[in-house]
Design a protein around this ligand. Structure first.
Ligand code: SF4
Length: 721
């Protein structure tokens, strides 16, 4: 196949798709009328690709007609109405864009949108993408040459922390089926996301990728040059085309290349070196399945964190969410089964022998007949010149993640509420208890070498030992909690920045204080402090607060100056405690949104998992669309869940007492702590005055309820505006 043939096929493919779309749209309008609404579920971006590139908000079938016209123009190399036109490769990529635009319309015309990936899903992945837990996104089109090759390829991608999105089939055979036949678990938590068995579903991966630029990049629809640059440079996606190609796939491929995503294939195709829209090679053949993953990494320029841990099971972040079910269980510890706890503590230099791993008690190949559980204490002792007492709980919390990265191991909870399972498969591969020590030793060194010099691990499996050791550990847990809850913003002179999300939202700056954690919920002040010790030039920088400018709003001169510089001068000042006056910006991966409800003189809070309607007339997804992108939006604020419980929670506006509504699930999740806050406020019954969706989903219902319960926002608090 020559490059000319590729162009010929692409041209034919684009024409075919335009015709199919024209017919399908014509029929739909004939049946249902032009005013019939059209769209995807749980997105604030209409038909996201079209919205982003052409600045058209498609809401009805009639709106699609205008889009189709633009696609036809692009197919003939004429610029779209917002000027969109790509000159690379002699303009042939415009045919590709015309194709994927039509494919988005075709996908929206379908009754079933099962493969569509919601805005919420993209937001929930934000942190994993920025902190490197996800190093890339492979869109796999078509089945592998055989089932074993499919498993090998997917395991290779998982071990490199690359998420695989599965699309398409050839004669009924798909990559998804191949994996299912081999009993491979699928799901986002396993880094494998099947979108659909038809090739058209690939558009869901494309319109998902394009949303990142609007959600995190602070870009507006119609800024197509910036958007394409963003997808090229910030969205680490690429296509793996297997077993089959036809003219429509070629045309779609041209669209994908226009967005900067290279294609790696096992097919004999002409090779395309770097083109203007890609960072490196555009189209590459690799027939050896063992080499496909490394070729993808090279061609997309991915930065993969390799975790080479000497244990007999695969080890990578991709296995973090894997479950070990009852039927796969070899042994479990903790949970309801047996007593267990884990504890990490700092010791003096002479008390720690680096790499020493001891098992005191029977191993998992010495279980009593018929038994599937053992008690377990994991005691990790570390020494480090820069280690501090404050870092102990942070390192201890990593035990959860580090154990979960091992394939066939499941870890839930922490401290003396942990629950660990080891699968039959991991056991038969040779996994034994000492390997938990091997993992913890290696990972603590790998990720925390700046503060940890020596690590030793002891594992106890005799109940009498555990009963003896537990009380001292529990005492430390309590002391740590007390110390943390006693920490206030006033008790420190330094706050920390978090700039991690700038790789997606270039102007966003989180300021993390003892009483306000990062809006993603993942970084507390102590986490940021430890992270700075570990990587002094990293995203968490200390900010000496400086002169207080406004106590009520929570403004300091050095904080303002830092935010101004790091937000690329887009933010002049920031209030740590206010929703209304210069609030913090939001990047997009917030756990919750706080939004003003003027008529209630209060605020509502909605969390990411709540998909229903809220009294401000918007769902989480719609609200999130106007809050993210690294901009300040007075009246709206992205926050971490735990900040709601802080004494500094929007204290400039009256704090928790301003909250008039939150979803039932969120209320229940925070129930005990909310009640404690209410008591501290001197209003023990306050939590019951906060409405939820079972009471009100409209502003009218809400006001009626608030008046009934005499909510403080309605009866005693100052006007918000
Ligand atoms: S603390 Fe802020 S900047 Fe840092 S990862 Fe979380 S949301 Fe992103």
């Amino acid at each position: 196949m020559s490059t000319d043939l590729l162009v010929q096929l692409g041209t034919k493919g684009a024409e075919t798709i335009i015709k199919v779309t024209k017919d399908a749209l014509g029929n739909a309008i004939k049946d249902k009328g032009a005013s019939q609404s059209i769209g995807f579920p749980e997105t604030n971006y209409y038909l996201p690709l079209i919205n982003a590139l052409l600045k058209i908000e498609v809401k009805t079938l009639g709106d699609c007609l205008a889009v189709l016209k633009q696609a036809e123009g692009l197919n003939n190399n004429q610029p779209a109405s917002d000027g969109f036109k790509i000159d690379a490769l002699g303009g042939v990529l415009n045919k590709g864009i015309a194709t994927i635009i039509c494919e988005e319309i075709l996908a929206a015309l379908k009754e079933d949108h099962a493969g569509f990936l919601s805005d919420t899903l993209l937001r929930s992945l934000g942190i994993q993408l920025v902190d490197g837990r996800i190093s890339g996104i492979a869109v796999i089109l078509g089945p592998a040459k055989d089932e074993d090759s499919a498993v090998q390829l997917i395991r290779d991608f998982q071990s490199k922390s690359i998420v695989s999105i599965l699309v398409g089939n050839v004669g009924g055979n798909s990559f998804k089926k191949q994996l299912e036949n081999k009993k491979v678990e699928l799901g986002l938590e396993d880094y494998i996301v099947p979108l659909g068995e038809d090739y058209l579903s690939a558009i869901y991966a494309v319109n998902w990728a394009v949303r990142a630029s609007l959600m995190y990049g602070g870009l507006k629809s119609g800024q197509w040059q910036e958007i394409l640059k963003y997808t090229q440079q910030k969205v680490p996606a690429f296509v793996v085309l297997l077993s089959h190609v036809d003219e429509v796939i070629v045309a779609t491929g041209l669209g994908v290349l226009a967005m900067g995503f290279p294609i790696i294939t096992d097919l004999e195709v002409p090779q395309l070196g770097k083109i203007d829209t890609t960072l490196y090679e555009a189209l590459v053949t690799e027939k050896d399945y063992k080499k496909i993953v490394s070729k993808c990494i090279e061609v997309r320029g991915l930065k993969v964190k390799v975790t080479d841990i000497p244990v007999p099971v695969p080890y990578a972040a991709a296995f973090e969410g894997e479950r070990v079910r009852k039927e796969q269980l070899h042994v479990e510890f903790g949970g309801k089964a047996k007593l267990a706890f884990e504890y990490l503590t700092a010791k003096n230099i002479n008390e720690v022998e680096d790499g020493k791993i001891e098992l005191i008690g029977p191993d998992i190949d010495q279980l009593k007949k018929g038994s599937k559980s053992l008690p377990l204490a994991i005691i990790v002792e570390v020494y480090g010149r820069k280690m501090q007492k404050d870092f102990e709980p942070i390192l201890e919390r990593q035990i959860h993640r580090f154990i979960n990265y091992a394939m066939g191991l499941m870890h839930v909870g922490q401290r003396d509420m942990n629950w660990i399972r080891i699968s039959k498969d991991a056991f038969s591969k040779g996994f034994r208890l000492k390997h938990i020590g091997v993992i913890l030793h290696a990972m603590l060194h790998q990720e925390y070498s700046a503060i940890v010099d020596k690590v030793q691990v002891r594992l106890y499996t005799k109940e009498s030992d555990i009963e003896k050791l537990l009380p001292a550990a529990k005492k430390t847990f309590e002391e740590r909690d007390e110390r943390l809850s006693g920490m206030t913003d006033e008790s420190v002179d330094t706050y920390y920045s978090c700039l991690l999300c700038q790789s997606f939202a270039p102007n966003h700056v989180c300021i993390v204080t003892p009483e306000r954690l990062g809006l993603c919920g993942a970084y507390s002040w102590l986490d940021a402090k430890a992270s700075f010790e570990i990587t002094p030039t990293g995203p968490n920088q200390p900010i000496l607060k400086g002169k207080m400018l406004d106590k009520r709003l929570g403004q300091w001169d050095n904080v303002n100056e830092f935010v101004k510089q790091k937000s690329n001068k887009t933010i002049e000042k920031v209030s740590m405690y206010s929703l209304m006056d210069s609030p913090q910006s939001s990047c997009g991966c917030f756990e919750c949104i706080v939004a003003i409800i003027p008529e209630a003189n209060g605020v509502m809070i909605v969390h990411r998992d709540y998909s229903g309607m809220t009294p401000c007339g918007m769902t989480f997804t719609t609200l999130a669309g106007s809050v993210g992108g690294g901009v300040q939006t007075p009246g709206f604020l992205g926050v971490g869940k735990l900040y709601i419980l802080s004494k500094k929670f929007i204290s400039a506006e009256g704090g928790l007492k301003r909250v008039v509504w939150m979803p039932k699930e969120l209320k229940e999740l925070l129930a005990d702590k909310l009640k404690k806050c209410a008591q501290d406020l001197g209003d023990p019954g306050f939590v019951d005055k906060i409405a939820d969706e079972t009471i009100a989903t409209t502003s009218e219902e809400l006001i009626k309820f608030l008046k009934q319960v005499k909510h403080p926002a309605m009866v005693e608090m100052e006007p918000l505006i």
